[in-house]
Design a protein around this ligand. Structure first.
Ligand SMILES: *[C@@H]1O[C@H](CO)[C@@H](O)[C@H](O)[C@H]1NC(C)=O
Ligand SMILES: *[C@@H]1O[C@H](CO)[C@@H](O)[C@H](O)[C@H]1NC(C)=O
Ligand SMILES: *[C@@H]1O[C@H](CO)[C@@H](O)[C@H](O)[C@H]1NC(C)=O
Length: 178
């Protein structure tokens, strides 16, 4: 009896050491999401480097005399689930969730998505992108009005928007914010 009792002890000790040395889930979560406050920023292996893509888009934005460009999550049929060919937002941001709108200006790049996707966005986006944990068009339009100069133009693909949905009549884009 005594032998059996002592025989299990090494396993108990090993188990304790394993539990003690194993990172807690909180630490793991910090490793697999980006942290843009550290220097250099911490990027998980799942993050997509969008620097070259953003530079290319900003060259086009400048060539078209725009101040910003909106990339929605939909296709020309206003679908939520879209073909790979239509995954514009996923390509420019790295974020592959089905819901989320991106806006790129010459200085900033921002993504708006809902709480289902916040962690996924922090895993997939690099620090070129700011994450806005909001939904709906009003926060996007408010941000745009603060970011772009008065009289600036905002570009978008007209096939991907229903004007009534994206620009509610209550928002007057001709006036600066404030
Ligand atoms: C990011 O890093 C900063 C500085 O090291 C730290 O204070 C902060 O808690 C980190 N944020 C996350 C979400 O891990
Ligand atoms: C992203 O790619 C650019 C261009 O290749 C490179 O200069 C930059 O260092 C990369 N950024 C990161 C965080 O790896
Ligand atoms: C952009 O603005 C410049 C200077 O006003 C003008 O020459 C050019 O034609 C404009 N480009 C486009 C695509 O409208």
């Amino acid at each position: 009896m005594a032998w059996a009792h002592w025989g299990c002890c090494p396993w108990l000790i090993l188990f304790c050491v394993y539990v003690w040395s194993h990172p807690t889930p909180v630490d793991l979560a910090r490793e697999d999401v980006r942290n843009c406050s550290t220097s250099p920023p911490h990027l998980p292996v799942t993050a997509v480097n969008t620097t070259v893509r953003l530079t290319a888009l900003r060259q086009k934005i400048q060539a078209w005399n725009l101040s910003a460009y909106i990339i929605p999550d939909t296709d020309a049929h206003m679908s939520e689930y879209i073909g790979r060919h239509d995954e514009r937002r996923a390509w420019i941001t790295g974020f592959t969730g089905t819901a989320g709108v991106a806006v790129v200006t010459l200085r900033k790049a921002a993504l708006w998505t809902d709480s289902r996707y916040w962690t996924q966005a922090e895993r997939q986006m690099d620090c070129n992108w700011e994450l806005h944990k909001e939904v709906g068009t009003t926060p996007i339009v408010t941000w745009l009005l603060a970011e772009i100069p008065s009289g600036g133009s905002v570009g978008f693909d007209p096939f991907l928007f229903s004007i009534g949905m994206f620009f509610p009549q209550s928002l007057d884009l001709s006036k600066p914010a404030g």
